[in-house]
Design a protein around this ligand. Sequence first.
Ligand SMILES: Nc1ncnc2c1ncn2[C@@H]1O[C@H](COP(=O)(O)OP(=O)(O)O)[C@@H](O)[C@H]1O
Ligand SMILES: [Mg+2]
Length: 366
Amino acid sequence: MFDKVSDHSRQRIETKMEEMRDQQTKEAIQEVIEFNRTPSDLKALIDKFVIGQEKGKKVISTAIAFHYRRLGKALKEAIVDNGDDIDTALRNTSTPKANILIIGPTGCGKTYTSEIASQLVGVSFVHEDMTRFSEVGYVGRNATDILVDLLVSAGGNPHVAQMGVVYLDEIDKVASELVSYKDVSGKGVQKGLLHLVDGVENVVDLGREKISLSTKHVLFIAGGSFENLDTIVKGRMSRQGMTGNWKDYLMTEDLAVFGMERQLMGRFPVKVVYDGLTTQDLKDILIKSAGSPLLAYASDLKAWDIDLEFSDDALAEVALRAQKEGTGARGLISILHRVLLEDMYRLPGTYAGEFVVDGDYVRSRL
Ligand SMILES: Nc1ncnc2c1ncn2[C@@H]1O[C@H](COP(=O)(O)OP(=O)(O)O)[C@@H](O)[C@H]1O
Ligand SMILES: [Mg+2]
C-alpha cells in the first residue's frame, strides 16, 4: 500500500533535509575555519606515523599548516562579507596556494605523509595515479574525474570536497621524453594539469543533480621518484662551481631539464627531497610507527589471545631483507606476511599465549 505523501509533508521533509545538509556543511567548514595547529604541532603528530624524513616533514608541516590557516582566515572573512553564504564565500575567497612537490625513491613515505597530514588536518584526501592520466589522453575528462573523487572522499559534501588534498602520484611519468611514444605528449598532459592545479571549475552532472566544483582551494601534492634527477642537479652545480648536497640546491630549471613543464613546476613552490630509508629507519617503522605493519599483525593475533613478540634480531633481519628488496617500507609488509602466514593459519584456536619470533625463525621462513 502506497500513500502519496502530501505536498505539505514533502515540503517539510525537504526543508528538514536541507537544514541538515547546511548544518553538516557548516560543521565541516568550521573545522577549516578553526584550524589552529602550528607547523610544529602538525609535525609532532606526523612524527608518530612517518619515521625519518626530518627536514621534509618540517617543510611539509609548515606548508600545510599555513595553507589551512590562511584558507580558514580568508573563508571566515568571506562568510561575514557574504552573509553566511558559503558557496559565494568560497568563490570570493582567493588565497595563494603553496602546492608541494615531494621527490624521493619508492616506498619512502611520500604518499603516506600526505595522507596522514590530510587526516590530521581533517580534510578529504584523494590519490591520483598520473600514469593513468597520461594513457587516457583526454585531460578534460580526467580533471572532472578528480573532482568526482574528491566529492566521494568528502562524503558527497561539495564544500568539503573543494578544500581537500589531491595527491598526484608519479608526476615524473608525465615528463616530456618519457611519454613521447604515446599518442599524447607529456606536454599536453602537463598543460591540463596546470589548469587543474591553478583552479578549474567544472560541473559534475550526477543526473538528479548538477554540482559545481572548483579546485581553487584544493591543495595539490605531487610525488615522484625522478630517477637520475640528482645527476642533472649535480651537473649544473659543477658547471656553476657550486658544492654541497644536491638536495639543498634543486631548482625548477633542473626539473625542466628532466622534462617537466617549467610553468607546471612553478605551481609547486614547495619542493621537498625525501631520503631513501636506511635499515635502521625500516626497523624503527616496525617498532615505532603508529602505522607499523608489525603492530597491526600483533593486534590481529591478540584478538585470538596470541601475544606476538619479535626479538631484536628478528626485527633486524626483516629490516635487512626489506632493504634488499629495494621497495622501501613496502617490502616490510610482504616480508612480514611471508614470515607469519603459516602461523596465522595454524595458531588461532590451537594456541594461546606468547609467540616469540627470533632471527633464526625469520630466516627459516624466507
Ligand atoms: N617514512 C616512513 N615511515 C613510516 N612508514 C612508512 C614510511 N615510508 C613508507 N612507509 C610505509 O610504506 C607504505 C608505502 O609508502 P608510500 O608513502 O606509499 O611510498 P611512496 O614514497 O612511494 O609514496 C606506507 O603506506 C607506509 O605504511
Ligand atoms: Mg606513492
